[in-house]
Design a protein around this ligand. Structure first.
Ligand code: IVH
Length: 690
């Protein structure tokens, strides 16, 4: 980048960053995520490092953060409110444990295999003080030592008890929980003053309701629940706080009530009348913590509050204490966060890709950027409507996000960053690969190449054909297919099965052994079960599950290819769009000839036994949720299919049974409301073995 370009970009970045800082610090509002703002700051820092002469005293990089609101009375915390260091990967968790292990003696070291894990709520830390059972003082964290007195506001939060349970009730509750050392301790030393720490937050539902109202009034919506929670707690008018429907979980008991572990703290908090996180639990080894982290990541979207990871604490308070504190963070605790999955970058180009079904997908080519530990240089823009909705142009600065393993996508365009040189993008009128006409079906958002023999489509068809759930030809990846196409060794799918060792030898990276190996891999896959064969054909809308149902219902390709639209509709998985697509596919003469040619080339389709009539689960539809103890989900599905049952991904009135394993998802709730029979794993096994 030239200095002149850098100067322009720096100015834009400063304006943008200042805008977001003003929103954040002055208005308690946020339009973009912390990660996205960090990303902008990072770019500015890099440019300023490259051109130090462009640094000015009022650059956001030269200022230190902090908010001086001074509206509330200050409160000094009796015990400092600490924070936690972050970890983002299993390796960092391992290092954390190893560091701690070194600090402990051989006697206390084994106690490290005892952890308490909690969801890390994305809210605001608070401290609550009770005197003689009554809530008397609530404060924010502030700098950890001195916070703000927000008692009146916290009194409006229903989850925060104004009065604690009576001594005798609490003690008998603890006895009922068999926590006798604590009940005994409390009989003698019931504390007059009690201090509790926790988190206040705004439930997602309350947040969206609030934003709906704001929209109706023509006001800007808030960016996220955490900021609203923070803003609401630090309101001078408690009536506003009350209107925000905040919620709270308690997560630590500061006062000594005889607790020996963090888990016990949670039991006591509950007995006292506090709301605690329902997912929190005690776990042993890091492996279990890893599983829990993965599980929580999965249920994250379904929770009614935002979380940004899990908190892991050494369960034994004695060990936690012994490990000590560095700076403001205890060594015995860590925030195992979900990787922040947003960053800002520049759209360098928008390029159209042609898929297997001819769909044209616009893809943003990005200036490479690290998004949560992975370098990203492409992001899908989905379709023309999405481009219009985002108003994304070539040259725009955008926020890209990455959800799990999904392809990154462009979330927002930072329009203030525009220089006027950005270029609009239009969907091409002709296919970029074969120059045939591009069409957009009515009621479809997708543009498609009208040429069924378009080279791009052919290529994608081949990729799909050999993929794992289809023919599963080991060693035949996209790179090899590209070469085979380039050398005209393969034109269509059947050609794969007539390849010889000699054909492969001239190709890059092929020698005698590797060529032999690939040919052998092709040879063994010539026998293929009908459902895989159907999936491999790549009929639009026909996925793995449907292929299985079609195979079970029709038994042979011959029976299926003559099936009528009405007959197809009788199947559980098949709707009108799919039925039409299947009929059209088999009507096409070229498709029929592909099947013939494949057979000629030696492919043997193993017919399925039609289970529908005889099996003991025939006519029954199952939905699975949660994890099963005695088998994997795929194994369970296979068992159901073998007994003639159907699997569906979603619960509806026509679901016969839902099999509910550990930690079931929202399907469970849905099944309950619809009155669908719910089977435990044991009941399911019984049904299978009847
Ligand atoms: S335990 C020493 N448990 O995360 C601090 N913290 O840096 C022990 N947080 O600001 C904290 N949910 O407010 C704990 N279930 C939870 C939490 C939690 C959110 C916040 C806490 C603090 C930060 C830790």
């Amino acid at each position: 980048m030239t200095k002149a370009d850098a100067k322009k970009r720096i100015e834009k970045l400063r304006v943008e960053i200042d805008h977001h800082r003003y929103l954040y610090h002055a208005l308690d509002r946020q339009e973009i995520s912390d990660a996205a703002l960090d990303s902008l700051k990072h770019e500015l820092e890099m440019l300023e490092a490259q051109f130090p002469e462009l640094i000015t005293p009022n650059s956001p990089t030269q200022r230190v953060g902090g908010r001086a609101l001074g509206k509330f009375e200050k409160i000094r915390h009796g015990v400092p409110m600490l924070s936690l260091t972050d970890a983002f990967s299993p390796e960092e968790m391992k290092e954390w444990e190893e560091r701690n292990a070194k600090l402990l003696s051989p006697i206390t070291r084994p106690l490290l295999g005892d952890y308490y894990v909690e969801l890390k709520i994305d809210g605001l830390a608070i401290s609550l003080v009770y005197k003689n059972g009554f809530f008397v003082e609530g404060s924010t964290r502030g700098d950890g030592k001195i916070g703000e007195n927000v008692t009146q506001n916290l009194k409006t939060v229903e989850a925060i008890p104004l009065k604690l349970g009576e001594k005798q009730d609490v003690i008998s509750e603890l006895r009922r929980m068999k926590l006798f050392h604590i009940s005994r301790f409390l009989e003698k030393h019931w504390p007059e003053t009690l201090e509790v720490r926790g988190e206040v937050f705004m439930p997602k539902k309350a947040f969206s309701a609030l934003n709906r109202e704001r929209k109706e009034r023509g006001e800007e919506p808030y960016a996220n629940p955490r900021n609203v929670a923070a803003g609401s707690v630090r309101q001078l008018d408690p009536r506003i706080t009350a209107s925000r429907h905040l919620d709270s979980f308690a997560y630590a008991l500061i006062t000594n009530m005889g607790q020996k572990t963090h888990e016990e703290e949670h039991f006591i908090l509950k007995a006292l009348g506090f709301k605690t996180g329902p997912h929190n639990k005690r776990l042993g080894f890091l492996k279990e913590i890893e599983q829990f982290h993965g599980h929580v990541k999965k249920i994250r979207e379904k929770l009614d509050y935002e979380i940004d990871g899990i908190v892991v604490l050494v369960n034994r308070n004695e060990v936690l204490l012994r490990l000590g504190v560095v700076g403001k963070t205890p060594r015995g605790g860590i925030a195992y966060k979900f990787v922040s999955r947003e960053a800002t970058t520049v759209v360098e180009d928008i390029v159209v890709q042609v898929g297997r079904t001819g769909a044209l997908t616009p893809v943003a080519h990005l200036r490479p950027v690290d998004v949560g530990g992975v370098t990203v240089s492409r992001a899908t823009l989905h379709n023309e409507d999405e481009i219009q909705r985002l108003d994304v142009r070539i040259g725009d600065t955008v926020i890209v996000g990455r959800a799990g393993d999904v392809i990154p996508d462009v979330k927002v365009v930072l329009t203030r960053m525009r220089t006027g040189k950005e270029r609009l993008f239009h969907m091409p009128k002709v296919c970029p690969v074969c120059l045939s006409r591009v069409v957009r079906g009515h009621d479809e958002a997708i543009h498609r190449c009208s040429n069924p023999r378009c080279a791009a489509q052919e290529r994608e068809k081949l990729y799909h054909f050999v993929s794992r759930a289809a023919f599963d030809i080991v060693g035949m990846g996209p790179k090899i297919i590209d070469q085979l196409l380039e050398q005209n060794l393969v034109a269509d799918r059947q050609d794969i099965f007539t390849l010889t060792i000699g054909d492969l030898l001239p190709l890059e990276r092929f020698a005698e052994t590797s060529a032999k190996k690939l040919i052998a891999a092709i040879e063994v896959k010539k026998r293929i079960p009908l459902h895989r064969f159907l999936y491999a054909l790549g009929i639009r809308h026909v996925g793995e599950e449907t292929s299985i149902e079609l195979a079970n219902a029709f038994g042979s390709i011959e029976a299926l290819q003559d099936a009528s639209y009405e007959k197809l509709l009788e199947l559980h998985e098949v709707g009108e769009v799919m039925a039409r697509s299947i009929v059209a596919w088999f009507k096409n003469t070229r498709n029929r000839s592909v099947i013939r040619e494949l057979k000629k080339a030696g492919v043997v389709i193993e017919n399925s036994v039609t289970h529908r009539a005889g099996g003991k689960l025939s006519g029954k539809t199952f939905v699975l949720t949660g994890s099963l103890g005695t088998m994997t989900r795929d194994e369970a599905k296979e068992k159901i299919r073998q007994a003639g049952g159907n699997i569906s991904e979603s619960v509806s009135k026509s679901t016969s049974y839902i099999v509910s394993g550990a930690d079931p998802g929202s399907k469970y709730e849905k099944a309950r409301t619809l009155g669908v029979s719910i089977l435990t794993e044991q009941e399911f096994l019984k049904l299978l073995n009847k």
